[in-house]
Design a protein around this ligand. Structure first.
Ligand code: RIB
Length: 278
């Protein structure tokens, strides 16, 4: 805030509270914050510019020492309000204005490549992709990782890539679309775990056996993937590490406003579970 008085409270802006990825990431930030004696003010934007603007108005008062923003829809005027009020900012995961701030995210393109390669390695011959939201860059990078891996294969064409929106419902619909277009499809890379869960339900309704007839891989590594039947192979994002780095970078920025901007692109890893176990 404007005064030098510390409140030992930081804000965390998240895009969607009902996708477990975000509370899991928030939890990792909250744990490290607690160790430093900090409290978190949680702002759920629901991907709405208006809701976000409303929260940011609150954040420009003197109540917080800094903010970690996870959003790809935040507006220039809102970022400027924070800057004018000297609110230290770090961005995490979703990308927007990230070049102006220290940012923490993962190697999404590598992750998409690892996912597609894994499906090829277990013998898949026709691999589809369920995309994330159109204007979301993590999703686009994952798609590029997939595309770079499969685009030269003889079966490949653009109709193996279908729209999704990171939701279970979106994944369910996308999988039906893929099954109608390509009844012989035997592998799917979903841009996140919720889409993979929705896709699995669609396959179940079509009496398709996973992983024997269709192998499915997600992205994120949310805890519930272990408890789905079958458990879902996924590309694990290092949530603990992401939260810790983002929080410590924000502390650094709070204590040293001239701190250099850094871009952390963390490694992802294959979390092998039953949905691709052949
Ligand atoms: O599941 C939600 C997705 O949106 C995650 O993959 C995360 O990286 C975010 O951008």
């Amino acid at each position: 805030g404007l005064s030098n008085k510390k409140t030992k409270t930081i804000a965390l802006v998240i895009p969607v509270i009902n996708n477990p990825f975000f509370p899991e990431l928030a939890s990792s930030i909250e744990h490290i914050a607690h160790k430093y004696g900090y409290k978190i003010f949680l702002c759920n934007s629901d991907d709405s510019k208006e809701k976000l603007a409303d929260y940011i108005d609150t954040l420009t008062s003197n109540y917080i020492d800094g903010v970690i923003i996870n959003s790809h829809v935040v507006e220039r005027v809102d970022i400027d309000k924070l800057i004018q009020n000297k609110v230290p900012i770090v961005t995490i995961d979703r990308k927007h204005f990230e070049h102006e701030f220290t940012h923490v995210s993962v190697k999404n393109k590598d992750g998409g490549g690892i996912a597609a390669n894994h499906l090829l390695e277990i013998g898949c011959k026709r691999i589809g992709h369920i995309k994330g939201p159109e204007n979301e860059r993590n999703a686009t990078e994952r798609y590029w990782g997939y595309r770079t891996t499969v685009h030269k294969l003889d079966w490949y064409d653009q109709s193996y890539v279908v729209a999704g929106d990171f939701s279970v419902e979106g994944g369910y619909k996308a999988m039906k679309e893929l099954l109608i277009k390509h009844p012989t499809i035997d592998g799917v890379f979903a841009a996140n775990d919720l889409s993979a869960i929705g896709a699995m339900k669609a396959a179940y309704e079509w009496n398709i056996k996973i992983p024997d007839d269709l192998a499915i891989i997600g992205f994120d590594g949310i805890a519930m993937t272990k408890y789905m039947v079958p458990s879902i192979t996924t590309i694990q994002q290092p949530l603990q590490k992401m939260g810790k780095i983002a929080f410590e970078e924000l502390m650094n920025k709070i204590n040293n406003p001239d701190a250099k901007i850094k871009h952390h692109e963390l490694d992802v890893s294959l979390m092998l579970q039953e949905s691709t176990l052949r």
